[in-house]
Design a protein around this ligand. Structure first.
Ligand code: AMP
Length: 230
């Protein structure tokens, strides 16, 4: 009997969607990244969230990252690139794809990501700095990773997380002086990456001013449009 040749198995399954979400602090990029990840079954990888979790667990990485977060500065690239690289190689990120939130934040991180796995989409959530500062000022967080806003996205019970019932808190780096510093770093180091993604033809831009659900609808419309275009 003639043997039927089996197609060669690839050790790396094809990744359909590999996205980054960019936007100034307070633009709602974390919320949109979470929604997109859930809708398409992708891993949501938030570097800020990873660092905060490590800090609260008092791990070696957490102890190393803490002073940078408190000062509103970027954690060194070698540390950040290694962490992201690890997350991209495992679990859902490897099998289904990912949405990166808060990474890349500068040229060195962009280069590392392009080498590891070039993205299929870069979504920029647009928001003027003035509105961003207003938004961050009312932000509330939960240890489980969800975030709220006193005015735009309040929890059902005041000060309590809808998902896990824990008490909400204001992040140390959401204090006004630190916010301004983080926004400055965004404009200086992260915003220039948009030109690269535009040139590569993968940049989508969405107005971040409307309500969360409306922004998400626009993100989906743009994504579908881009997927329909060969
Ligand atoms: P975020 O929640 O994305 O605003 O991040 C909070 C803080 O985590 C930042 O101010 C940095 O100190 C650190 N951080 C998050 N992402 C990165 C990154 N890609 N590179 C370096 N530091 C980061």
């Amino acid at each position: 009997m003639r043997r039927v040749r089996q197609p060669k198995k690839s050790s790396r399954p094809p990744l359909r969607l590999r996205m980054v979400v960019l936007g100034v602090q307070g633009s709602g990029k974390g919320t949109q990244a979470e929604l997109v990840a859930r809708r398409f079954g992708l891993a949501h990888i938030s570097t800020g969230e990873i660092f905060r979790r490590e800090i609260s667990r008092r791990t070696a990485l957490g102890r190393r990252a803490e002073r940078y977060l408190m000062a509103g500065k970027l954690v060194p690239d070698a540390v950040t690139n290694a962490i992201v690289g690890k997350h991209l190689r495992f679990g859902r990120a490897r099998t289904h794809g990912f949405v990166l939130d808060g990474y890349p934040r500068n040229r060195a991180q962009l280069t590392a990501l392009e080498r590891a796995t070039p993205v299929t989409h870069a979504i920029q959530i647009l928001l003027p700095d003035r509105v961003a500062v207003q938004r961050i000022s009312g932000r509330l967080n939960c240890a489980c990773g969800l975030s709220y806003h006193v005015q735009y996205h309040p929890p059902r019970r005041r000060g309590i997380c809808d998902r896990c019932g824990r008490k909400l808190f204001v992040r140390d780096d959401d204090q006004p002086a630190t916010i301004r510093k983080r926004i400055r770093i965004y404009h200086r180091q992260t915003a220039p990456l948009l030109a690269y993604y535009r040139k590569r033809g993968v940049l989508l831009q969405v107005d971040g001013r409307p309500a969360i659900a409306a922004v998400f609808r626009r993100v989906l419309t743009q994504l579908r449009r881009s997927m329909a275009t060969p």
